[in-house]
Design a protein around this ligand. Structure first.
Ligand SMILES: [Zn+2]
Length: 171
């Protein structure tokens, strides 16, 4: 069976700024309102015959959305970005080929994520992993086979990522 949350109807969304460093049109600071859909593949179990309590999954996804909301998202592991923290500011330089750009932004405006870029692809992987970690922490991973996240950068335009829980545990 597949349990599904649709971000558009449930308010599972966040508005953030990003930069696709080096990209012609997306290499400047700009923003999106992202929507998150989540699917869980698994079997019903327990007293209520749930794959997972909807309420619990919604809470987990809402918390992730809140953590990403109204921030400039930056990729900590980008190969061509260098960061330094100076007091309450983050200073970063993108340097690749002929392109060099420098920024100084208040730290409170920024969220550094353990990613190589802030794209719908990378963000969908990040959100899937955080959902997985949270469900395992809540000891709710037992009858879930996989977690699938679709991250819409705008309505109609998204990326889907799936992780298998048991496979991840074996690894
Ligand atoms: Zn964008």
């Amino acid at each position: 069976m597949i349990l599904e949350l649709k971000g558009l109807y449930l308010g599972l969304r966040f508005s953030s700024a990003h930069i696709v460093f080096g990209h012609d049109s997306c290499g400047v600071i700009h923003g999106h309102t992202y929507y998150v859909d989540v699917k869980l593949g698994g079997e019903p179990s327990g007293e209520f015959g749930f794959i997972l309590d909807f309420k619990m999954l919604k809470k987990v996804v809402k918390e992730i959305c809140k953590s990403l909301d109204h921030k400039l998202l930056l990729p900590r592991d980008h190969p061509h970005l260098k960061y330094t923290i100076e007091g309450n500011y983050i200073h970063f330089i993108y340097c690749y080929g002929k392109c060099k750009k420098e920024y100084k932004i208040p730290l409170e405006d920024v969220l550094l994520l353990p990613l190589r870029g802030i794209t719908a692809e990378e963000l969908s992987v990040y959100i899937t992993e955080v959902i997985k970690e949270n469900l395992l922490k809540l000891n709710e991973g037992n009858n879930i086979e996989w977690i699938e996240v679709t991250l819409y950068e705008e309505l109609g335009q998204g990326v889907t990522n799936r992780v298998y829980l048991n496979k991840m545990i074996e690894n």
